[in-house]
Design a protein around this ligand. Structure first.
Ligand code: PLP
Length: 495
């Protein structure tokens, strides 16, 4: 299996190994790496029924990362999905209301990104050995809140790597910010920036694409890579949990072999839902992929009209990890839907850059019919949290609640009552202020007090990583102007 750039087209160049793609992060032509073909899951779900999460993850990874040996992957998987996760199953599937919640938030940082970011450092260091990489790797990450912390945890003290994280100083929750600013590890560097997530992501992409800075850091013995979901080492591990979820639905006798399901995903950068699409292409019977957005509903509009337009107001919402206008991984989807037309994708991305919008052609739009898209307002999100808790005693974080609201709309509009898996992407305690307010608890002085009050009220256990957070020492305090990002990277790596 070779990996090619979304902007180079099938016939140009011959592609690179997955190990090289994991090291590089993004392609030279600025495209994203995709597998030449999405592999089929040769194993029948019957054969997977008695496997644990690690075994299923090993199988899924082996189909995509064919240049890694089974044993190399096993080492990566076994050292990632262990007691770092607070539950034995790693990713439990919990019924509540009309859906099955795939709880992706039991890792160290209480958000779904732990699943991919706990294994990415292992995939990367294994790749560096395989490819005899002599440079150190500088991981640059722009975060809307959750990626940053999960990447910092994953890479903290990993040899021959440094990790630099940029987050929007206004626009992440207090708990998210504190998780990052208290990060330990000799190789971790964290900066707030005066701007929003798109500003941070654009600056980081610019650094990746700039040759001059790359030359300067090469002199210091470094090479850039990315822990954002543009790295296929991030994307592929996410496919595993959808395969796992489908198998659990059979195990729990909620569906029969071969029966189709729906999957709902609260979406920001389009990585998580793209992984669900990959699982579907591998052969998991999925009827609709339901893409849920908050008020920043650029994806809802795109899926419904074929027009992607980022010239619109940006809102800071209670589901900050979805406050995104430029959803990077959508480029991968439209590449696949276009039949691998890299020339077309390059043209569309150029339009997005220059004219702030593009329009998909009929072929791509036909492919989008497998998706349903909707969005939830702030009021609808808090109402969903409250009703779910009151009626079913289940606690949702705001991102998960956005997904549940959109799913409710889908059921009403379509009358489709297929068993449905909903990606529960964060612990409610990570956004305790919003959740406590939704449950009509009296306001508290800060996020930490809200965690305590929410716990007292619901009795739901507080994740370990959030329990002792308030007492931890702050180690990173710098807030930068957007213009300072580049020079800061250079300075940090020179130290
Ligand atoms: C990152 C994140 C999302 C969005 O996922 P994408 O893969 O960027 O679409 C949703 N919810 C939470 C809690 C997140 O951290």
């Amino acid at each position: 299996m070779k990996y090619i750039s979304t902007r180079s087209g099938k016939n140009q160049g011959t592609g690179i190994t997955s190990a090289k793609a994991v090291i590089k992060g993004i392609a030279e032509d600025k495209g994203l790496y995709v597998p030449e073909q999405i592999p089929k899951l040769e194993e029948k779900p019957e054969a997977l029924l008695h496997m644990n999460y690690r075994e299923i993850a090993n199988i899924v990874l082996s189909h995509f990362l064919t240049d890694y040996s089974w044993d190399e992957l096993k080492k990566c998987v076994d050292s990632s999905y262990d007691s770092k996760f607070e539950v034995e199953e790693i990713v439990p599937l919990v019924p509540a209301g009309d859906a099955f919640f795939l709880e992706l938030f039991h890792g160290r940082t209480s958000a779904f990104k732990d699943i991919a970011l706990s294994i990415l450092p292992h995939l990367l260091t294994t790749a560096m050995e395989k490819e005899k990489e002599d440079k150190k790797i500088a991981i640059l990450t722009a975060t809307s809140g959750d990626t940053g912390k999960a990447a910092l945890e994953g890479f903290s003290d990993v040899k021959r790597t440094d990790i630099i994280v940029f987050y929007p100083h206004i626009g992440v929750s207090q708990v998210q910010e504190r998780q990052m600013t208290t990060q330990e590890g000799h190789n971790t560097h964290v900066f707030g920036i005066k701007g929003n997530f798109d500003d941070a992501q654009t600056a980081v992409k610019k650094i990746f694409n700039g040759e001059e800075l790359a030359k300067k850091v090469a002199e210091k013995g470094y090479k850039f890579s990315s822990a954002n979901s543009i790295n296929i080492g991030r994307l592929i591990p996410q496919v595993a949990y959808y395969v796992w979820a489908y198998v659990q639905m059979i195990n729990k006798r909620k569906i029969n072999f071969g029966e189709s399901i729906n999957i709902v995903v609260p979406t920001g950068n389009f990585g998580n839902i793209l992984a669900a699409y990959y699982a579907r292409e591998m052969g998991i019977p999925v009827h609709k992929l339901i893409c849920a957005s908050n008020r920043n509903k650029v994806l809802t509009d795109f899926i419904n009209t074929g027009i992607y337009n980022i010239e619109r107001k940006f809102y800071v919402t209670s589901s900050p990890s979805m406050d995104i206008l430029i959803s990077s991984n959508l480029e991968r989807l439209i590449y696949h839907l276009s039949g691998g037309n890299g020339v077309q994708i390059e043209a569309l991305m150029k339009q997005l850059d220059e004219k702030k919008q593009y329009q998909a052609d009929q072929k791509i739009r036909n492919g989008l019919k497998d998706f349903y898209a909707g969005y939830a307002t702030e009021e609808e999100t808090t109402a969903a949290i409250r009703e779910m808790y009151q009626q079913h005693g289940y606690l949702m974080d705001p991102h998960t609640a956005v997904a549940y609201k959109v799913y409710t709309d889908y059921r009403q509009e379509s009358g489709d009552e297929r068993p449905t898996i909903l990606a529960a992407t964060a612990s409610a305690y990570k956004f305790a202020d919003t959740v406590a307010e939704a449950l009509l608890l009296p306001p508290e002085k800060d996020g930490f007090a809200s965690i305590k009050s929410l716990h007292q009220h619901t009795g739901v256990p507080v994740p370990v990583g959030l329990k002792d957070l308030e007492a931890k020492a702050i180690r990173h305090r710098k807030v930068l102007e957007k213009e300072e990002i580049e020079s800061t990277v250079l300075k940090t790596l020179a130290e």
